[in-house]
Design a protein around this ligand. Sequence first.
Ligand SMILES: C[S@@+](CC[C@H](N)C(=O)[O-])C[C@H]1O[C@@H](n2cnc3c(N)ncnc32)[C@H](O)[C@@H]1O
Length: 213
Amino acid sequence: MKVVVGNKLEEMDKQALDYALSGYTKVVIDLGTGDGRFVYGSAKQNRRTFFIGIDLLQKQMAVYANKCLREKILNALFAIGSVENLPQELANTADEVHIILPWGTLMQKIVQPKTEVVKRLGSILKVGGRLEILFGYHPDFEPSEAQRLNLAELDESYIRNTVLPTFEDGGFEVIRTLQLDKNALGNVQTTWSKKLAFGKKRPIYRFELTKRK
Ligand SMILES: C[S@@+](CC[C@H](N)C(=O)[O-])C[C@H]1O[C@@H](n2cnc3c(N)ncnc32)[C@H](O)[C@@H]1O
């Protein structure tokens, strides 16, 4: 897989990845990591856990990949990938996968999930591993994006009757779903959570799921 090291892109094979992960008690993947702030902050606070950020965009991830390089943070890695094209080296690797404030096709794949895509998402988790998704949008605030992606209107019944059954079909068990208000974003250590916490009022949903056997 291609990994972002400072401003450079390097190749990392499965053997090198296994070596990097050895000795850590837990592996956490942040899919759609953006600039990688969550990975950087979490890796500094939890030295026994290895954090991997994945995003489509090298340039965005270079922000915190550079900080990790400068500060010699060894338990953080940034890989190029997407929900459509996850690095195969990461199969059955994660104890936790986080998706925090997705946008674009990542949001679309969560709000209008297909069993095949949910299974692909589950493929990077170990059995019993945990998937946490924090998301929300409002067609009034993001009209063009909601329209471009043809996003359904979000409400409790749509989530209960359409979204969650697809995650169950795709191999997950739902632990809990919560509806939060934007103030809850204040505790989330990412760049977009900080931006949206100061923005307009919007419903935020949080799904917690585990990968079944
Ligand atoms: C609103 S940003 C949130 C970034 C970060 N999680 C945060 O909270 O600051 C959404 C991110 O999703 C990424 N993204 C969009 N489509 C994606 C896809 N199909 N697979 C993976 N990431 C995607 C974008 O590149 C962007 O970095």
